[in-house]
Design a protein around this ligand. Sequence first.
Ligand SMILES: O=c1[nH]cnc2c1ncn2[C@H]1C[C@H](O)[C@@H](CO)O1
Ligand SMILES: [Zn+2]
Length: 368
Amino acid sequence: MTGPIDSDSLARAPKVLLHDHLDGGLRPATVAEIAAEIGHTLPVPDVAELGEWFRRSADSGSLERYLETFVHTVAVMQRHEDLVRVAREAAIDLAADGVVYAEIRYAPEQHLEGGLSLDEVVAAVQQGLAEGEKEAASAGTPIRTGQLVTAMRHAARSREIAELAERHRDNGVVGFDIAGAEAGFPPSRHLDAFGYLHEANLHVTIHAGEAFGLPSIWEAVQVCGTDRLGHGVRIMDDIEVIGGKDEYGRPAAKLGRLAGWVRDKRIPLELCPTSNVQTGAASSIAEHPIGLLKDLRFRVTVNTDNRLMSGTSMTQEMTGLVQQGGWTLEDLRWVTINALKSAFIPFDERLALIEGVVKPGYARLGAG
Ligand SMILES: O=c1[nH]cnc2c1ncn2[C@H]1C[C@H](O)[C@@H](CO)O1
Ligand SMILES: [Zn+2]
């Protein structure tokens, strides 16, 4: 099916999400309620304006300013019950949006101000995700979730966080990530953690190639041995578009050594179109390199990054690509299967979701 896609089909299409921050996806009403309970002052008093405030403030043109908004979400995620609630709601909201598999990330080291230990934070999030999964299943929208524990790249706790991930790998944690301001904080600062994770056979993704270019991607891939790239959109700096089509009917382009490596090795790109427009990594959804990277057959996946700060959802990201980028249902099916192939759960479980959920779901919509 290559014609226009109606919004109902987009809403019903099975979706897979690899890059979604727990502290970037709260419901505005939840932020407001918990803030009132704990006495945290929010920038706007009216809950009706809060969602718009996050979106507008994150629309800053810089990753550093975008990240400043997290102070208000992290503030309301310090008590056990609040972490459980936020994780539970995340699973429910994603499931209601048609997401059938989601890896949800956050930095446990940012949730210790209420006196919880790192292990208690991970356990609280796991409790919430499990409750959310149960509720979503009863509502007829089953979802499978996994935690990615993030270490903040400006801090110095990555080895400790890597060990935390290993301790909880049989209880919900499927991988490790580093996040935060990119410029000035290269991934190689955290080699100790990555070495430990490799020895433990634990999956790794690294935010790289978002606010900083090829050196960051190169380090993440070649020095730190990442399995996936969080964003990675700046791989474009190593691609020269020649114009016209090649012998396979794809856009004619010359790939540099690093771009060639990333494509040849099928290293997944966790692309987040709306977030990139907000931080200035792309000028618009229509102009976002995700379309070109898809046409060049990189292992492209579509993600939300921060649903609250971007005022987005998987359905909305896909709608933007369809309406502004000319994507087809076949394209959406392809990136969804790409995402599951790149997921950090065991191969047989990925396959079961691809064959049992994603392919039949798209077939019902007329694709595949
Ligand atoms: O897109 C991002 N790039 C780098 N860091 C990010 C991004 N979105 C969220 N973060 C940070 C802020 C959060 O507090 C932290 C953990 O989720 O990760
Ligand atoms: Zn991110």
